[in-house]
Design a protein around this ligand. Structure first.
Ligand code: CP
Length: 305
């Protein structure tokens, strides 16, 4: 079966096609309402989620399919010691496609070795989150009308932020993008992401700890939460958690056509007052997550409308 474990499992042409399909779904939802009739999506979430799990389920229901699954490992036989491999082998006997989230990096890849149906990585530890990246790419495409020719700033926890790792990887295959990496020194983008996605391809980037000094040059600002659940010690988390707080005052010096993205959930890094700013694209981004996942489910099931 065709899986989505890493964003590079999809070619640029396939990503562009998924975006085109999502745009058609937005324009003509009724055309797709029976596309996945009699198909079942399993959502296996070994880690908490609101958007990813519910957008996958909403996506499958909107395609005329149905869903099954669990949102807590403690309610599955994992609690009795069953391996991920056996869990996936079992679920692949019942479902046509599986979206799974797991705290361990690489768990969806391992799971794919035991599955007879497509596996979608819905987030693995601090590693990757390819379907959030598809959501982000659709959002950038809708907000900016293009996937290149802009300056993007990534701000916050770039070390543990799996959405950033996957998005940098994806964008590095498009042309003419300037990268500004904004983080505390302790939470810089991991070396392996910088090497693979940027340095090896000769793509320049700048790094800074100071959001305010770079905000005027940005076309897109991708804010992230400090990932409490990945910290080994609470003291470090408490020291770093409020490193960046985006407020209406800080946005006074930003471009008039800036797009502010955030994969959500937010904790304190964007104040609620920013939501009223037309440049805040993150609630539109949440909606886009459903449409791009509809397009992805159809693609992995080999369904064309
Ligand atoms: N963006 C995202 O992955 O959100 P959830 O953790 O709520 O799924």
């Amino acid at each position: 079966p065709r899986n989505l474990i890493d964003i590079t499992d999809l070619s640029v042409e396939e990503i562009d096609q998924l975006i085109a399909t999502a745009e058609d779904i937005i324009a003509n939802p009724a055309k797709y309402q029976d596309a996945c009739a009699h198909k079942q999506l399993a959502t296996l979430f070994f880690e908490p989620s609101t958007r990813t799990r519910l957008s996958f389920e909403s996506a499958m229901l909107a395609l005329g399919g149905s869903t099954l699954g669990f949102s807590e490992a403690s309610s599955s036989s994992t609690a009795k010691g069953e391996t991920v491999g056996d869990t996936i082998h079992t679920v692949s006997c019942y479902a046509d496609i599986i979206a799974m989230r797991h705290p361990k990096e690489g768990a969806p890849f391992a799971a794919s070795q035991y599955s007879e149906v497509p596996i979608i990585n819905a987030g693995d530890g601090g590693h990757n989150h390819p379907t959030q990246t598809l959501t982000d790419l659709l959002t950038i495409h809708r907000e900016k009308g293009r996937l290149g020719g802009f300056t993007i700033g990534f701000c916050g926890d770039l070390k543990f932020g799996r959405t950033v790792h996957s998005l940098v990887n994806a964008l590095s295959r498009y042309e003419n993008i300037n990268y500004v990496l904004i983080s505390p020194t302790e939470l810089k983008l991991p070396r392996y992401v910088k090497e693979e996605a940027l340095k090896k391809k000769g793509i320049p980037y700048t790094q800074t700890t100071d959001l305010e000094s770079v905000i005027p040059q940005l076309d897109i600002l991708y804010m992230t939460r400090v990932q409490k659940e990945r910290f080994f010690n609470e003291e470090d988390y408490l020291r770093l958690k409020d490193s960046y707080i985006l407020t209406p005052e800080k946005l006074e010096h930003a471009k008039a056509d800036l797009s502010i993205l955030h994969p959500l959930p937010r904790v304190n890094e964007i104040t609620v007052a920013v939501d009223k700013d037309p440049r805040a694209a993150y609630w539109r981004q949440v909606k886009n997550g459903k449409y791009i996942r509809m397009a992805l489910i159809m693609k992995l099931l080999g369904i064309q409308v």
